[in-house]
Structures are given as structure tokens and as C-alpha cells.
Write a protein that binds this ligand. Structure first.
Ligand code: 5RP
Length: 227
């Protein structure tokens, strides 16, 4: 039996093999955040001469890429990103995801929105039939914390402030449990409309286009179903 960390390393390596033929000398890679992405950064670093550089979704990933000699570009100076590679906390069959366990959801969603394709890399423990067992992270403006929390309770969720955590954008995170998410796209839009919410960790409108899932039997590739 492979451990979860071994599965993460396998999917990170598979992602490198998937991405390399899709990169050109002038390509910029969008890079997510998390322990799976850390392994992806480590694995793709030896091929850094094959592409121009990266756009990062967090200070954590930026630091790691710079340590490996990968050039990191400011998104404000970039108009095109081909592939964005990131992990997930939960993933359903439509490749809608809950993300933000590492707290980088806002920058992740921004970089993903610029990219043409989103490659999700995860181990099988992240696959679910119904999203919502993993508490949904919501980045909020601190002065709106209680107002947002009341609106989330009215939707049936139980928000808990993530203690001792400030995002790269200087905000706080509410982790919301108790939501059975049968209509992820509607929930994503609804949460976006609450004043004080900077971003929510539902990536459904902004779901993955392709997923690589590490299992005990090997890495599986899944595509977002056509609508
Ligand atoms: C960070 C994220 C990560 O992609 C998610 O938490 C998965 O992380 P890991 O690869 O460590 O399991 O959304 O904000």
C-alpha cells in the first residue's frame, strides 16, 4: 500500500509528464499551492529551461520556485497562461472542487481564471460524490467577519474562524462545515454575493478541465464532462 505522501509524489511526477509536452520556450505555467504542488514544483524544477517561468498563487509557492531557480512573474504583466496546476481538498465527478485548505484560495482562483486549462492533481482520498465534508474555506475582510458568519448560518452552514491565520492578502478565513453541496455552481455564486466575502473555496464555475488522480493502482486521468 502506498502512503498518501507517496501517492502525492506519484501524481506530482505524472503532472510533470503531462505538462512538459504542452509547454513551449515562451510558456508561463500557473502554479497553485499545497503539499502536492510543493512536490510538483520540486519535480518540474529540473525542466525549468524548457519554459519561460511561472505565475504563482501564494508566497509559499513563490519562495519554493525561486529557490529552485524558476522565474516567477507578476500576473499584472501577463496576459496568457496556458496551464494552471493545483491540488484540491475535495473533487467531484464534474471536476468541481473545494480548495483553500492551505488558505491560498483567492490567489488560486485569480491565477486559474487567467489560465486556459486547469490541471487538478490529487490523491484518491480527495474524490467525493457530494462536496461539503471538507469545511469550505471563505476568505473575508476582517471587519465583516460576524456579518458574513450570520449570512452563512442562515444558509445552514457552521462557520469557524481559522485561528492564528492571515492570508497573503491580509484577510481572515472562515471554514464552513455542515453544507451538503448539491449545486456547487449556485453556491459559489451565492457566496460571492455576500458583502465582505473576498473569495470562496468552491471552484465549480472555475472547476478543473483535467484531473490526475493517484490511486493504489496507478494515476488516472479524468476530463470535465461536456455539458
Ligand atoms: C491550498 C489548496 C490546496 O490545493 C489544497 O488544500 C490541497 O492541498 P494538499 O495538496 O496539501 O493536500 O487549495 O489553498
Amino acid at each position: 500500500m502506498y502512503t498518501q505522501n507517496e501517492l502525492k509524489a506519484q501524481v506530482a511526477q505524472a503532472a510533470v509528464e503531462f505538462i512538459l509536452p504542452r509547454l513551449q520556450q515562451d510558456s508561463l505555467l500557473g502554479v497553485g499551492t499545497g503539499s502536492t504542488v510543493d512536490l510538483f514544483i520540486d519535480a518540474i524544477a529540473e525542466h525549468r529551461h524548457l519554459f519561460r517561468g511561472a505565475v504563482s498563487s501564494s508566497e509559499r509557492s513563490t519562495t519554493r520556485m525561486l529557490e529552485h531557480g524558476i522565474d516567477v512573474f507578476d500576473l499584472n504583466n501577463i496576459t496568457e497562461v496556458g496551464w494552471y496546476v493545483d491540488g484540491a481538498d475535495e473533487l467531484n465527478a464534474d471536476l468541481a472542487m473545494i480548495k483553500g485548505g492551505g488558505g491560498a484560495l483567492t490567489r488560486e482562483k485569480i491565477v486559474a481564471s487567467v489560465a486556459e486549462h486547469f490541471l487538478c492533481i490529487a490523491d484518491r482520498s480527495k474524490e467525493v460524490d457530494v462536496l461539503g465534508k471538507f469545511p469550505l474555506p471563505i476568505e473575508i475582510i476582517p471587519m465583516a467577519r460576524e456579518a458574513v458568519a450570520r449570512q452563512i448560518k442562515a444558509l445552514g452552514g457552521q462557520p469557524v474562524l481559522r485561528e492564528n491565520f492571515i492570508t497573503d492578502n491580509g484577510n481572515q478565513i472562515l471554514d464552513v462545515s455542515g453544507l451538503q453541496i448539491h449545486q456547487p455552481e449556485q453556491l459559489e455564486a451565492l457566496l460571492n454575493n455576500i458583502p465582505g466575502v473576498v473569495c470562496n473555496g468552491m471552484f465549480a464555475l472555475s472547476g478543473a478541465t483535467t484531473a490526475l488522480i493517484a490511486t493504489q493502482e496507478g494515476v488516472l486521468q479524468r476530463e470535465r464532462p461536456a455539458v
